[in-house]
Every structure is written in structure tokens, then in C-alpha cells.
Design a protein around this ligand. Structure first.
Ligand code: RIB
Length: 313
């Protein structure tokens, strides 16, 4: 491909209110945190930033509210070189908001108030039809209404556009069309929730993979943290090694993976290479604080990926 791959990301845009603490409070407990900061986030916007920094020509399709956060969220995406003509404003609504608690170990808990994200509609998909039809990859997650996501899948399918779904957060109910995608990249708990198979053993993991294929996904890449990624095309499956990283903040590691895999897969059509690149992007992200600030650039991701190749020599 002699131009940057065109990636359309349809999804959520949030302001993250990040609280860092020694450990997360238990139910009913009050404890004192270390710090608080506002960081631009949202799974859709995070994936857009990840893809842009990895070298994609990215268009964001989403909604912000008309509150004080809206301008900052939009300006931040523009500063990353992301096309925002399809980021609409919902009057009378707050922008999406996430409270993100990060404890010392890097683990996090997140509560999302969807705000304007909940207003992203099928009409918005119709309005952005030409963008979806002309992109190389449509990248989706599930913090906006499922009916909107499936409408986008329809448009992309008809146009022969490749679709990647990061099924996060895992849906309570999964419409049939939702898994009619070229690649699904859940983490372990999302794969278990969608397939209905607890994945305690490799045998169960393989059954879950088969179930995701049966429900429509052409390729499956389940991210397994330190165990790497299980990649399957329906006939063969293999583990792709994780890139070792010291976890500082695991927020948006999955978003980093999704944005990076979209760019690399669009560029060279080799999914195995794209998973190695995306594993490195995830490792870079967990070793940095914050969702979007933690996304690696192309050079940073390649160096991270190549460092394990060197160490393994
Ligand atoms: O995946 C991380 C993201 O989830 C955060 O940025 C937060 O906004 C929530 O959407």
C-alpha cells in the first residue's frame, strides 16, 4: 500500500477522571487516593489515537455533548491528526465520562456514564456512509448503541470493507449480526462472556474460539495478557507471544492493540505480523500512564516489538 491505511473508527469519546490509589476500596470502604487527573479517553477515541500514532489515516465517527469537556475532547483528536468531521455535537447532553481507578499494581476499574455516546444513531451511520465505504478497515467497540454498531457493520459489509470488532465492554445480549466481522479481538473475559464458555483450560479456550467463528467471525484474536494472543483463522490457531512489560497502568491496553492491529493488517494483509505488532503496542501502553497519552508511536511500537526478537536471539 503506497499511502497510509484509511481507518474509520466508530465509537465512544469520553473524558476519563483518573484517580490513582494504593489499592481499590472495597464495597462500603472509604479510603484516601494519591492523585486525580482528567485525561481524554473512551474506547473509540483511544483506538483512533492508537491507529493514528501507528501510522493510520484515521476518521472518527462519534458524538460529544455540549458541555465543557466537548471542545477539549474534539481538539485533542484533531491534535492527533484525526479527521473529526463526523464527530457530531448532541445538544443538551453531557459528553461521555469515565471514572477510572488505577491502583499501584497497574490494575484498573472503570465506570462509564455514556452521555452523548448513547445518542450515536443509525442516522449518524447513514450520514457517514461514504467514509465507511471508502476506508480500508472499519474499527468498532461497544460503548455506543449496538443497533448503531450493527448498522455500521451492514454498510461496511455491503461495500466489502474489512471490519474489526473489539467487543468491549462485553454485551449482555449479542445480536447475531454483531459477530459478522473479519476479526474479533476480545480479551479473555469478553470472549468467555460472549461465547458462554468459561476459559479455564486450553480446551475451553479452543471451544470458545470455535464458538466465535461459528457465530460469524472469520478471524479470532483473544488477548490473554502475559500469555500473549491466541490467533485463529478457523482452520489453524496459534499462540503469539506477549511482549514483556512492567505494568504501570493497564487502562486502554486493549484499545492500543485494536488500533495497532487495524493499521498493520490494512498495510500488509498478514494477520500474524499484525498481531505481533499489536502485542507490542499493548505492552507499550501498559507501561505508560493514561489511556491516550500511553499510546505508542509507530517507531516506539516497532522498537518494542523488535526488542523481544533481539532478546530471543
Ligand atoms: O478502554 C479504556 C477506556 O474505557 C477508558 O479510556 C474509558 O473512557 C473507558 O471507555
Amino acid at each position: 500500500m503506497d499511502r497510509p491505511p484509511r481507518i474509520a473508527v466508530l465509537g465512544s469519546i469520553n473524558m476519563d477522571l483518573v484517580v490513582r490509589c494504593g489499592r481499590l476500596p472495597r464495597p462500603g470502604e472509604t479510603s484516601i487516593a494519591e492523585s486525580h487527573v482528567e485525561i481524554c479517553g473512551g474506547k473509540g477515541a483511544n483506538q483512533a489515537v492508537a491507529a493514528a500514532r501507528a501510522g493510520g489515516d484515521v476518521t472518527m465517527i462519534g458524538r460529544v455533548g455540549d458541555d465543557a469537556f466537548a471542545d477539549r475532547l474534539r481538539a485533542n483528536l484533531i491534535s492527533e491528526g484525526i479527521h473529526c468531521e463526523w464527530v457530531q455535537t448532541t445538544s443538551g447532553s453531557a459528553s461521555g465520562l469515565a471514572t477510572v481507578w488505577v491502583e499501584q499494581s497497574g490494575q484498573n476499574s472503570i465506570l462509564v456514564v455514556p452521555g452523548a455516546n448513547a445518542k450515536l444513531s443509525v442516522a449518524d451511520v447513514r450520514a457517514a456512509k461514504s467514509v465507511i465505504e471508502s476506508c480500508d478497515i472499519l474499527l468498532l467497540q461497544l460503548e455506543v448503541p449496538l443497533v448503531t454498531v450493527t448498522a455500521a457493520i451492514d454498510v461496511a459489509r455491503r461495500a466489502g470493507v474489512r471490519i474489526i470488532l473489539d467487543p468491549a465492554p462485553a454485551p449482555i445480549e449479542c445480536p447475531t449480526k454483531l459477530l459478522d466481522v473479519d476479526l474479533i479481538c476480545p480479551n479473555e473475559s469478553e470472549a468467555a462472556a460472549i461465547s458462554g464458555i468459561a476459559m479455564d483450560t486450553n480446551d475451553e479456550l479452543n471451544r470458545a474460539v470455535r464458538e466465535l467463528h461459528r457465530r460469524g467471525a472469520s478471524h479470532v484474536a483473544i488477548t490473554l495478557g502475559e500469555r500473549g494472543t491466541l490467533l485463529s483463522d478457523g482452520e489453524t490457531s496459534q499462540f503469539v507471544d506477549a511482549v514483556p512489560a512492567k505494568a504501570v497502568d493497564t487502562t486502554a491496553a486493549g484499545d492500543a492493540f485494536a488500533g495497532a492491529i487495524a493499521v498493520h493488517w490494512a498495510e500488509n494483509n498478514r494477520l500474524l505480523d499484525a498481531v505481533q505488532f499489536a502485542n507490542a503496542a499493548g505492552a507499550w501502553a501498559v507501561s505508560r500512564k493514561g489511556a491516550q497519552p500511553g499510546m505508542g508511536t509507530r517507531i516506539e511500537i516497532e522498537k518494542t516489538r523488535d526488542s523481544i526478537a533481539k532478546n530471543g536471539e
